[in-house]
Design a protein around this ligand. Structure first.
Ligand SMILES: Nc1ncnc2c1ncn2[C@@H]1O[C@H](COP(=O)(O)OP(=O)(O)OP(=O)(O)O)[C@@H](O)[C@H]1O
Ligand SMILES: [Mg+2]
Length: 250
């Protein structure tokens, strides 16, 4: 199977700092990949390069088998790659439907917004990703939602944009256990529809539960690519990380 996105030997420097050093990875269709590593390992730099915020100094970005040139955020969105950043992207005073369609409204030929169509579509998407509460529908203000549900709205927007790959940057960092579980349910539903997720997290237990595969970054290097079968528990994954960083001398 052809990966939906691939980075090959990507290097990114900031002045004297090499944030990414010859990093290679891929994401296949319908898989959840967990990206982990210590503070400063290069996780954010990697995803920002992948979604076109940073221009790599070296290396290739390959989309569905085609090497791309002058990669940028616009091209990334056209390639159906969407990034969900923690909270920032939503307007809490507005409804779910408003937040999903923001800037990309469905309009009649004379410019009026297709209000009913948008509400129907928003309701369809939020049910699809797993909103089950009868108290929540497209017209609910985002400000009334819990943290996990807000992540769900951000994911719903990515789905409205028909994302093949959704990049989640630390989606559970500020959340309680129950809210984290909600985000996991959303991610699992997204995956069940054949979409892919790149999940960045600090909490190994969170990343472990949700991911099919792990990529470990250490000081700009991709040091490990592991299947969940290779590391059967989060503790084992933590051990692999520790052994890598300390050279096995811990
Ligand atoms: N815009 C920038 N300008 C200069 N240096 C940067 C910039 N962005 C990142 N760096 C440096 O690159 C290295 C990797 O940073 P990055 O933010 O990618 O790490 P991270 O794995 O996301 O860390 P964290 O877990 O703390 O978010 C760090 O040494 C950081 O200081
Ligand atoms: Mg970061």
């Amino acid at each position: 199977m052809e990966p939906i996105i691939e980075l090959k030997n990507v290097t990114k420097k900031f002045g004297g700092i090499t944030a990414l050093d010859n990093a290679s990875l891929h994401v296949d269709k319908g898989e959840v990949v967990g990206l982990i590593g210590d503070n400063g390992a290069g996780k954010s730099t990697l995803i920002k390069t992948l979604v076109g915020v940073h221009k790599p100094d070296n290396g290739d970005i390959i989309i569905k088998g085609q090497k791309v040139n002058n990669w940028n955020t616009k091209k990334a969105r056209e390639a159906k790659i969407e990034t969900v950043f923690q909270d920032r992207a939503l307007t809490p005073q507005q409804s779910i439907v408003w937040n999903i369609f923001m800037g990309k409204e469905l309009r009649h030929p004379f410019g009026f917004i297709k209000v009913k169509e948008q509400i129907d579509e928003a309701n369809k998407i939020i049910r699809e990703i797993g909103f089950t509460s009868k108290l929540i529908d497209a017209n609910s203000p985002v400000g009334n939602l819990s943290g996990g549900e807000r992540q769900g709205v951000a994911i719903a927007r990515a789905i409205y944009n028909d994302a093949d790959l959704i990049v989640l940057d630390e989606p559970t960092t500020a959340l309680s256990l129950i809210e984290t579980q909600k985000v996991f349910d959303f991610v699992n539903n997204v995956k069940a529809k054949g979409r892919s997720v790149l999940f960045i997290g600090h909490n190994i237990f969170h990343v472990f539960d949700i991911s099919d595969r792990f990529i470990i970054l250490d000081r700009g290097h991709v040091v490990h690519k592991l299947d969940k079968n290779d590391v059967k528990t989060p503790e084992e994954l933590i051990k692999v990380m520790k052994d890598t960083v300390t050279g096995g001398k811990s």
